[in-house]
Write a protein that binds this ligand. Sequence first.
Ligand code: HQG
Length: 181
Amino acid sequence: MEKNNLTKLSKFLSLVLRHSPQTIGIEIAYQGGWTDTEILIQKINQNGTYHIDRKILEEIVRTDEKQRYRFNADGTKIRANQGHSIPVNLELTPVEPPEILYHGTAERFLDSISEKGLLPMSRQYVHLSGDEETAYKVGKRHGKPYILKIKSGEMHRQGYSFYLSENHVWLTEKVPPVFLI
Ligand code: HQG
């Protein structure tokens, strides 16, 4: 399938698997965030905006630039690896983060961030990255990018939990201003 169309379909998958399953009438299980693969395909086709089949879905999961989705072991279920605004328990194990992590944001958010810290806003977690380049790309989506450094090692020593999603995005519940550089 042409890359452009795959990207559009991938964005639609993000919408239904992370934010708005009701758009096509599917259910996302709280535990694990999984949905039934065959029902997903059927409901996307019924919705009518996009046409999809098993082969196309597998191509998206395999080629998505951020590896946003994964199938379970036998392929009967699918989920988004991170980024949810709907409540799901991804069953991630807390892991020790590197000493410093990065968060890309837009300059216009800095006043509020320095006052309140980093908050998950509409998502379940604050998203952090291990490298500045990724953070820059994330920040650019919102305006003039600004890269914050997070004292993640210090946070961890003080009892804050960090998780690493299957597609290597660092997640934490909040970052108080004192841990921002
Ligand atoms: C900002 C993409 C004001 C925060 C990316 C961000 C990522 C505050 C925005 C993933 C704030 C939320 C997530 C505060 C945080 N006051 N603004 N106190 N605390 N913010 O999109 O991190 O392509 O929900 O800095 O690659 O930009 O979707 O989060 O600018 O991994 O797979 O509020 O989304 O991945 O924006 O991006 P978002 P994000 P996908």
